[in-house]
Design a protein around this ligand. Structure first.
Ligand code: PBG
Length: 329
C-alpha cells in the first residue's frame, strides 16, 4: 500500500485546516509604532511608507483610541524632532516638556490602559543622525549610555510603561535599570532591542524622522560600529543573554523577515518574551510590490506576520498592525 500516510487528508477543507493549525495571529500580538510631529491637525504621509503618517498630538490621541477599540493594546512612540533642537548630545531628549514626553502623556490620557512604549536612542535628536554622542569619528559608548539612561527616566516620569532602547550601546540596559530602580520606577519595563542588525531596511524610517547619519567629515556614514553584522547568528544570543542579565524584561530581534532564524535561536535560548520588529523597509517592499499589482497585499501581510509568530515571536511591532487586525477580525 502506498502512500502509507496521506497528509493531504488534514488539508481537505478549511474546517479541518483550522483544527490542525498550529498558531494564529491575534490582536494581542501587536505593537503599533506611531510617529509624532509638532503642530495641530497634522497628518503627514511618509514618502517611502505609503499610507503611514506622522501625527500631531491631537491626531495621536484619536489614533490611540482607535487602535484600542480595534483591540491593539500597545503602541511604540517615535518623534520627529525639529532641526533647530538637534545637537550632538541630544539635549532635547531630556526635556521634560519635549515632544516625546508630551506624546506619552497624550497617549496615556487618551487610553490609560494602553501600554505605552517609547524608543530610546539619540538619533532623532542627534545633529549627526547617530544613536549616541559622536567624537572624533566615533560613537562614544559610556557617555551615550549615561544619557540614554536619563532619557529613559524622563520617559518613565512622563508615564511610559515600557522603555525600548534601540541604540545598541554596551551596558545601557544595566545603566537604565539601575537608574530606574534608584528613582523609584520599579514598575517601568525595558524591552531591549538586543539583536538589532545594521540593516539597509531602516531607510524609510530614517526618512520618516529625518534621522539618517549626516554626510559630513568625521561622521560615520553607517551604524556598523554599534549595530550587529547581518552575518552573525551566535552573537545575537550573546547580546540578548547579556541584556537579560542587565535587566531587560523583553528582548527583540530587528528586522523581522530576514532574521527569523535568529528569532528561533532566541526563542530556544532565553526564557523571557522575544519581540520582533518588522521594520520600515519590510513595509515599503510590500507596499511597492502591491502598488504595482505584483503581490496580493493582504495575503502577503498576513503570511509574513504569521511566519514571524511561527518563528517564535511573542509580540510583533509592525506598521501593518492595524491592517492585520482588521483583516483577522
Ligand atoms: C533608532 C531606530 C531605528 C529604527 C527604530 N529605532 C533606526 C535606526 O536604527 O537607524 C528603525 C525602525 C524601522 O526601520 O522601522 N535607533
Amino acid at each position: 500500500m502506498y502512500p502509507l500516510r496521506r497528509n493531504r487528508r488534514l488539508r481537505t477543507n478549511e474546517a479541518i485546516r483550522s483544527l490542525v493549525r498550529e498558531i494564529a495571529i491575534t490582536p494581542n500580538d501587536f505593537i503599533a509604532p506611531l510617529f509624532v510631529v509638532e503642530g495641530k491637525n497634522k497628518k503627514e504621509e511618509i514618502a517611502s511608507m505609503p499610507n503611514y503618517f506622522r501625527l500631531s498630538l491631537d491626531l495621536l490621541e484619536k489614533e490611540v483610541k482607535e487602535l484600542w477599540n480595534l483591540g491593539i493594546k500597545s503602541v511604540l512612540l517615535f518623534v520627529k524632532v525639529p532641526e533647530d533642537l538637534k545637537d550632538n548630545a541630544g539635549k532635547e531628549a531630556l526635556n521634560a516638556n519635549g515632544l516625546m514626553q508630551r506624546a506619552i502623556k497624550t497617549a496615556k490620557n487618551a487610553v490609560p490602559e494602553m501600554l505605552v512604549m517609547t524608543d530610546v536612542a539619540l538619533d532623532p535628536y542627534s545633529a549627526y543622525g547617530h544613536d549616541g554622542v559622536v567624537s572624533n569619528g566615533k560613537i562614544l559608548n559610556d557617555d551615550s549610555s549615561a544619557i540614554l539612561a536619563e532619557m529613559g527616566l524622563s520617559h518613565a516620569k512622563a508615564g511610559a510603561d515600557i522603555l525600548a532602547p534601540s541604540d545598541m550601546m554596551d551596558g545601557r540596559i544595566f545603566e537604565m535599570r539601575t537608574l530606574l530602580e534608584d528613582e523609584g520606577f520599579q514598575e517601568t519595563g525595558i524591552m531591549s532591542y538586543s539583536a538589532k542588525y545594521a540593516s539597509a531596511f531602516y531607510g524609510p524610517f530614517r526618512d520618516a524622522l529625518d534621522s539618517a547619519p549626516v554626510d559630513a567629515e568625521d561622521i560615520p556614514k553607517d551604524k556598523k560600529t554599534y549595530q550587529m553584522d547581518p552575518a552573525n547568528r551566535d552573537e545575537a544570543v550573546k547580546e540578548s543573554l547579556m541584556d537579560i542579565e542587565e535587566g531587560a524584561d523583553i528582548v527583540m530581534v530587528k528586522p523581522g523577515l530576514c532574521y527569523l532564524d535568529i528569532v528561533r535561536d532566541l526563542k530556544n535560548a532565553v526564557n523571557i518574551p522575544v519581540a520582533v520588529y518588522q521594520v520600515s523597509g519590510e513595509y515599503a517592499m510590500i507596499k511597492a510590490a502591491a502598488e504595482k499589482g505584483w503581490l496580493d497585499h493582504d495575503a502577503v501581510v498576513l503570511e509574513q506576520l504569521t511566519a514571524i509568530k511561527r518563528a517564535g515571536a511573542s509580540m510583533i511591532a509592525s506598521y501593518f498592525a492595524k491592517d492585520a487586525v482588521k483583516l483577522i477580525s
